[in-house]
Design a protein around this ligand. Structure first.
Ligand SMILES: [Zn+2]
Length: 87
């Protein structure tokens, strides 16, 4: 799973940007699939956007990913083609 655990202090591990508390839609890669979990409490780097999760939140995301067959709601995203006709 490519989600990062809490950094020490309030600085991003990657760019040392400031990390801010936010509620986000988390992207959770799990065994070759990706699921999205809405309304996840996290901290997000204000510079590079890297999300960090508390250990408990991280664990819950893993659990959700394992139980993804229980997900009821499927969301489709609008996907535009770059060369679509703009009329
Ligand atoms: Zn960063």
């Amino acid at each position: 799973m490519k989600v990062s655990k809490m950094p020490k202090g309030n600085l991003c591990e990657f760019c040392e940007g400031k990390v801010e508390r936010r509620v986000i839609q988390a992207r959770v890669p799990f065994r070759g699939q990706t699921i999205y979990v809405d309304k996840v409490p996290a901290r997000v780097c204000t510079k590079c956007g890297e999300p960090y999760f508390d250990a408990a939140v991280y664990k819950r995301l893993e659990e959700i990913a394992k139980h993804r067959r229980c997900i009821r709601k499927k969301v489709s995203f609008p996907l535009a083609a770059y060369d679509m006709a703009l009329t």
